[in-house]
Every structure is written in C-alpha cells, then in structure tokens.
Write a protein of this length. Structure first.
Length: 66
C-alpha cells in the first residue's frame, strides 16, 4: 500500500509540474488537444495504456530493470 500511495503521489507531481511551470503553454496545448478528433485521442490513449501495461509487466516479471 505504501508503494501504491507513493506512486500516486509521483503521478500527481509529474502531472502538475507542467501546469505550474508553463501555464500559458499548457493552455495553448489543451486548446490544440481539444481540436483533435476523438478517434485519434482514443487511439493515442489506448497505445499509452498498452505501453504502460507492458512496462509494468516487464518491471515486475522480468529481470530487465534490475
């Protein structure tokens, strides 16, 4: 549970950092993202999800990361 809470905290730090450091650039980027077709966003999201799951699997079940 300690690891899960620590990972959640790290995700919040990494997600919040660009908004805190570059708020104007993030606003412009979000406007561009809103103009993208939903299908493209869905595909990119699915690829990110699959990549994250593969990375978690490799980190937990193989010796690739130490």
């Amino acid at each position: 549970m300690k690891l899960l809470v620590s990972l959640f905290g790290l995700v919040l730090v990494l997600e919040g950092l660009p908004y805190a450091v570059f708020p104007e650039a993030m606003r412009a980027w979000l406007v561009q993202m809103a103009a993208l077709p939903a299908r493209l966003m869905r595909v990119v999201g699915a690829l990110a999800l699959a990549g994250g799951l593969i990375l978690c699997y490799l980190a937990q079940r193989t010796a690739l990361f130490g």
